[in-house]
Design a protein around this ligand. Structure first.
Ligand code: NAP
Ligand code: HSE
Length: 438
């Protein structure tokens, strides 16, 4: 075999993703060498503790608690940040870039909050900052937007962008487990963030949506631009209602741009079973890009976990080996006005489950027997339970703010509001949907 050049990589983190990177580089070493012309060697990994059992056999001297062992090593050309969180990851990446090392990161929170600064430093230093693994795990969505849609103007991105929440929702629907049980499984499988609040409250999906929107549209949006609702209030009973409505529940991220206005939202939705995303289950993610020349492109793949994420990291390393110079990137901004207009809340159909702390029949039904919702929209009650303490409605023709306003006026203990996507005709006979007490 002809002798190959060696390239040294330093890992910041040896958890789920870092372990996957070490395992995959070892398992496919000769194939990667054949594909890239380089022997890719991980020289050291930064960790917090030496006491933890590792899921890959490594020499103890391979691990370090001192970041400068990696950042200051002149032999290391590529730093892979898979430690997560904002600090100290941000300082380490900054340092690596300023020392003219290429950086690969899987850290969506960091990119969503500080991506602009880091990309500017990378450009100034003439090195690459790549982040394929930060969005949708193994799906090559970042590179597609960066390099494959030059001839296109993208108008929307829609998809399932968080593996943990999709796993939880799937388990709740198909295996009838509770939210807490499903979350625990997702954590054991290595899908969840160190703090799973980010997954279940929609922050993680929002970071990813923002990263995609900032690449796809001439926009420099921020987290505050993303309307975000999580899945933590959804319970098995919501799936019972969804099933009776021939729907399922998915956490959907949606970004759209019409040439003037941008709209960004992450919210659990009631999806018709005929929707292509309704059958994307477990840890799978799916992303549909709509663009003017190519039309619709849909990608489906594992959105989290050791190996799919490692695949994306290694593809970034290979991309650096192929093209070590940063490409020219266009960027223009649309102003706040465009976002505010784009984010106007649309009227639609909503599933609303409310739980009251005491019986308040009159408040909900109103004096004339109509629901309070009917002051703003058409509504039908589709179920109740707990002696009337839980009430479920379908409301059509209202917007989210109006429904939230009503729920808050009624001083409910708890409510779940799920927008419905697609064509839906409000049933005339509410009895048809009435369930036994929940
Ligand atoms: P993880 O399993 O919690 O691993 C984090 C690793 O970083 C651990 O090895 C930890 O050391 C090390 N670390 C954390 N903070 C450190 C610090 N201050 N100093 C030194 N070492 C530190 O996390 P992960 O699931 O691999 O995720 C890593 C990153 O990839 C995150 O940004 C995450 O959002 C992203 N990501 C994850 C997935 C996934 O499926 N898990 C998918 C895509 C992207 P110890 O081992 O000693 O504790
Ligand atoms: N916690 C993330 C998820 C990891 O579940 O999607 C992949 O980014």
């Amino acid at each position: 075999m002809e002798s190959k050049k060696e390239i040294y990589v330093g890992l910041l983190g040896l958890g789920t993703v870092g372990t996957g990177v070490v395992k995959s580089l070892l398992a496919n070493e000769s194939h990667i060498t054949h594909q890239t012309g380089y022997r890719v060697r991980v020289k050291a990994a930064l960790v917090q503790t030496f006491e933890k059992e590792r899921r890959v056999a490594v020499n103890p001297s391979f691990m370090t608690k001192d970041p400068s062992v990696i950042l200051r090593d002149p032999e290391i050309d590529i730093v892979v940040e898979v430690m997560g969180g904002v600090e100290p990851a941000l300082s380490y990446i900054r340092q690596a870039l300023l020392l003219r090392k290429h950086v690969v990161t899987a850290n969506k929170e960091l990119l969503a909050k500080h991506g602009e600064e880091l990309m500017r430093i990378a450009k100034e230093m003439g090195v690459r900052l790549l982040y394929e693994a930060s969005v949708a795990g193994g799906i090559p969505i970042v590179r597609t937007l960066q390099a494959y849609l030059t001839a296109n103007r993208v108008s929307s991105i829609r998809g399932i962008l968080n593996g943990t929440s999709n796993y939880i929702l799937t388990q709740m629907q198909l295996e009838h487990v509770t939210f807490t049980e499903a979350l625990l499984e997702a954590q054991q499988l290595g899908y969840a963030e160190a703090d799973p609040t980010s997954d279940v409250e929609g922050y993680d999906a929002a970071y990813k949506l923002l990263i995609l929107a900032n690449m796809a549209f001439p926009v420099r949006a921020e987290m505050a631009f993303v309307r975000r609702i999580g899945i933590s209030k959804i319970s098995p009973i919501d799936f019972e209602y969804a099933t009776r409505l021939n729907c399922t529940i998915k956490l959907i991220g949606e970004a759209s741009y019409d040439g003037e206005c941008v709209h960004l939202e992450v919210t659990p939705k009631l999806l018709s079973r005929t929707d292509a995303l309704a059958t994307v289950n477990d840890v799978f993610n799916a992303v549909t890009i709509s663009a003017d020349v190519v039309g619709e492109l849909t990608f489906i793949g594992r959105g989290a976990g050791e190996m799919p994420t490692a695949s994306a990291v290694i593809e970034d390393i290979a991309e650096i080996l192929r093209s070590p110079k940063p490409p020219l990137v266009r960027q223009q901004e649309i102003g706040m006005d465009g976002w505010i207009k784009g984010n106007a809340i649309k009227q639609g159909m909503y599933y609303v489950r409310m739980q009251f702390s005491h019986l308040c029949q009159d408040q909900v039904l109103g004096v004339d027997g109509k629901t309070r919702f009917e002051s703003v929209a058409s509504a039908v009650e589709i179920g109740s339970g707990e002696g009337g303490l839980t009430r479920v409605f379908l409301v059509a023709g209202a917007d989210l703010e109006q429904i939230v306003h009503i729920a808050e006026c009624l001083q409910v203990k708890f409510y779940v509001i799920l927008p419905y996507e697609g064509e839906f005709v409000l049933p005339e006979h509410s009895e048809f949907f009435t369930l036994p007490a929940v």
